[in-house]
Design a protein around this ligand. Structure first.
Ligand code: SF4
Length: 493
């Protein structure tokens, strides 16, 4: 990649302006020292910290470090119990579902762990045309999806203009529903893409996105440099680290952070550092991340790094999710279908808030109706291949309602407004009611009679809880619920 190209892509002044004293906000030595200094907290201190989590306070570094050091199974069980309560207080009893749409496998970067790396000559390269994007969206809608995560590699073909156009195309896709005259569509698109300049982020913002995600992969400067060649755009760690500051300056007030666990051996460092990033965003804009994602490195075509055995275990993964849930209590937590059903079930019980299902990550895989995974055509391999319907029924059997709610974004409950509502538990009320309304819609439009029977008890339990918790509001909820039962769609609070 030429030096000129790097200069065009990376705006140096849009990095430097967010640095303090010429440095980025991740001080590796300070984070490691904090973890070492808090390695032996007593039970009383952990219980004090848990009270802060229950009060939906963002934890400071020493408290995060103390939680990371807990090994005692009894104390871990107490933490899990509090994590469940925190999640219920903020997001109630629902898990939101979405599905990723991988739009292009072209990438100019050469990340050593990725099947889409420009160095990987084995993988099939493909970028969907606008017609193919529409067909892909229609196929996803037919499966019952309402929330799409559009995923793009970093390439001149898939810059801000292409992303904006593709969002317009996805929103334009419409599919007739089961009821006469009913039309199903994608109601919200979140975007996972490369870091952009403020001007490009403004374009994407104007196209109407939900959450804008950029994963840091690792916050460890040395490990980052080892995995991302310096002569690539992604090799500039500062450009990536400051992306969400630029997003806020571009008017995007809903952002998602993530790290790729297993990329470097010290997972505790990356948990602590992602919490530093959350606090830095709160400091900068008053708005923390809406979501944390916790992908883990999985086998990928042509990558020795990804295919090597990792020392990051399922138990480590569980603890990482647990500490994140407690450390930034207002934040949503996404555990994707990269992980097994068993591990995702464990994470549901400690406060995971979003899961994808029926996932295809080969380019054009939904429209093609592909069933098997194709290692040379996707970025990595998946661990949970359940259909959306299977996952919804499985969650129902655990008493958990699946939500297709997109109301927050469409009612303007984003940014500082949603932060406040999440911290005070007000958003949980909307989560509860909108989960019931969208669940009813989904069951009537997409589920088999058997699945409807399996899911009805969850609706009944949720409606009974709404009646008990909000007796005055209950008739208003029932009025909309009954209209949905009669075939009306897209009603929400
Ligand atoms: S991880 Fe992302 S940026 Fe790196 S090669 Fe893969 S698609 Fe490109």
């Amino acid at each position: 990649m030429s030096a000129n190209y790097l200069e065009t892509m990376i705006k140096r002044d849009e990095i430097d302006r967010y640095y303090q004293n010429g440095r980025d906000f991740i001080d590796d030595d300070a984070i490691r020292a904090e973890i070492a200094d808090n390695a032996k907290p007593d039970k009383a201190r952990i219980r004090d910290i848990l009270q802060k989590s229950l009060a939906i306070e963002t934890l400071q570094g020493p408290d995060v470090a103390a939680l990371l050091s807990v090994e005692d199974p009894e104390l871990l069980a107490e933490m899990a119990d509090v994590a469940w309560k925190v999640k219920h207080k903020v997001y109630d009893n629902r898990v939101v579902t979405f599905a990723p749409m991988y739009i292009s496998s072209y990438c100019i970067n050469r990340c050593r762990y990725c099947g889409f790396s420009a160095d990987n000559s084995r993988g099939l390269r493909r970028c969907l045309t606008q017609e193919e994007i529409k067909a892909e969206a229609e196929a996803m809608i037919r499966l019952g999806h309402k929330r799409v995560m559009a995923v793009y590699g970093e390439h001149p073909m898939t810059g801000a203009d292409f992303i904006s156009k593709s969002l317009e195309t996805i929103y334009s896709a419409k599919v007739p529903g089961r009821h006469e005259g009913a039309v199903n569509c994608v109601r919200r698109i979140n975007v996972n893409a490369a870091p952009m300049s403020v001007d490009d982020l403004k374009k994407v913002h104007e196209a109407g996105i939900g959450t804008f995600q950029v994963f840091q992969e690792t916050y460890d400067h040395k490990a980052y440099a080892a995995m991302h060649p310096a002569d690539t755009v992604k090799g500039d760690m500062g450009w990536r680290l400051t992306c969400m500051h630029r997003a806020f300056d571009a008017g995007i007030d809903d952002v998602g952070l993530g790290v790729l666990f297993g990329l470097q051996p010290d997972w505790k460092f990356d948990v602590a550092a992602m919490c530093v990033h959350a606090r830095e965003l709160e400091r900068y804009s008053g708005i923390g991340p809406h979501t944390f994602s916790v992908p883990r490195m999985h086998a990928a075509s042509g990558s020795e790094v990804a295919n090597a055995k990792s020392n990051f275990t399922d138990d480590d993964f569980f603890r990482a999710v647990l500490v994140l849930r407690l450390s930034v209590p207002y934040t949503g937590l996404i555990v994707t279908a990269r992980e097994s059903k068993e591990l995702r079930d464990r994470c549901v019980r400690i406060g995971l808030t979003q899961m994808d299902a029926g996932t295809r990550i080969d380019i054009g895989g939904y429209a093609a109706g592909n069933k098997d995974q194709k290692i040379d055509e996707q970025q990595f391999l998946l661990g949970d291949n359940r259909s959306l319907e299977q996952m919804i029924v499985d969650l129902a059997k655990q008493g958990i309602i699946t939500s297709f709610c997109t109301a927050g974004y469409r009612c303007g409950r984003t940014g500082g407004c949603i932060m406040d509502a999440l911290k005070t538990g007000r958003e949980g009320t909307f989560c509860k009611i909108n989960a019931v309304l969208t669940y009813r819609e989904w069951l009537d439009d997409f589920a088999s009679p058997e699945s409807i029977r399996a899911c009805e008890p969850v609706i009944e339990a949720e409606l009974a809880a709404i009646k008990e918790m909000y007796p005055k509001f209950y008739p208003v909820v029932m009025e909309r619920y009954n209209r949905i039962c009669a075939g009306e769609r897209d009603l929400y609070f």
